[in-house]
Write a protein that binds this ligand. Sequence first.
Ligand SMILES: Nc1ncnc2c1ncn2[C@@H]1O[C@H](COP(=O)(O)OP(=O)(O)OP(=O)(O)O)[C@@H](O)[C@H]1O
Ligand SMILES: [Mg+2]
Length: 381
Amino acid sequence: MTNDTGGDVRLSGISKHYGSFTAVHPLDLTVPQGSFFALLGASGCGKTTTLRMIAGLEEPSGGTVHLGEQDVTVLPPYKRPVNTVFQSYALFPHLDIFENIAFGLRRRGIKSVKKQVDDMLDLVQLGEHARKKPHQLSGGQQQRVAVARALINHPRVLLLDEPLGALDLKLRRQMQLELKRIQTEVGITFVHVTHDQEEAMTMADTVAVMNAGRVEQLGSPSDLYENPRTTFVANFLGTSNFIAAEVDSTSGDDVVLKAGGGKLTLPAARCSAPATTGGKVLAGVRPEKISLTHADDAGGIPAGRNRISGRIAGSSFIGVSTQYVVDSPVCPEFEVYAQNVDRDERLVPGADVVLHWNPAHTFGLDAAQDIDAGIQEEAAS
Ligand SMILES: Nc1ncnc2c1ncn2[C@@H]1O[C@H](COP(=O)(O)OP(=O)(O)OP(=O)(O)O)[C@@H](O)[C@H]1O
Ligand SMILES: [Mg+2]
């Protein structure tokens, strides 16, 4: 951290209106220096607008942008210590790779560029392609040229807007690791925009989940996944099962819930809804935390686990795991992922089962939210 605010990029109350439409609601965001930061959200939620306000390509309707100590809110883009990599990386087709990367230095009148360009070529592992033209490279290689071309200017912050969007899935995965390696090596702050939750989780130290022009939640990938505070985040990042429940009592560090005639327990620390007796809570649990036991063997389930009964409605074998959909009185389509270690041949559609899990793996959310928030958005993207 190089300054007392600890932020390399600091947005304070930044907002953007287009006529009567608000693309970004007043937003506060601090990106720590040297971190890989992702803005994640569905199409149209305001990611690019936010990024463009950092770059100076879009004038905010209100609020301020700081880069380090400096208030850059009124600075034009070229005076800001940032560079942007776009999805359409727009390399210069007539220049070779070396000259594409050297471009920023040459424009500033720097004569001896060889050492710096060679270092960049090494960084993105394209040394042997230096004299090729962009059209002679693969999509992933071209993308790396675009990153090198931006990094050679030593920006304080590198902004990346869906930089891998044009690549096919396999190449995307490779480039995610590659970009992460490059960021770790250069130690420059990266702000990466994506609608792909897996991409954000793979690469970023911190993810800000955006929804309709607001940051819904911010945290490390594991924190967001394990402790979503809204149904939107719980559904947008992976899959969540929700059981509508009512607070029965609190005992020690636990909250006891009533649901469909049975009881469920969750840690009070994981319940973001008020735990007052009679209050409504959505009890959430991730599909991979749940075990499935055939009803005939229910007696063998250890005491102290949360349990509900149901009937298997469908199952799909996907190699590493089997994904079950279970009908239960408390949740119509319970999703359960079972690793393929010892498969129980009786677990087929129509079988009566008990779903059970460690109460510590339950999270509680305010029931006054749309249980399906975030689901359509992900499917549509
Ligand atoms: N120049 C503009 N004039 C009017 N509305 C705009 C303008 N630019 C963006 N918007 C609107 O602002 C909202 C946010 O747009 P933005 O480009 O930031 O979304 P995004 O999160 O980057 O989406 P995507 O994932 O599709 O790129 C959208 O509803 C968009 O239609
Ligand atoms: Mg965008």
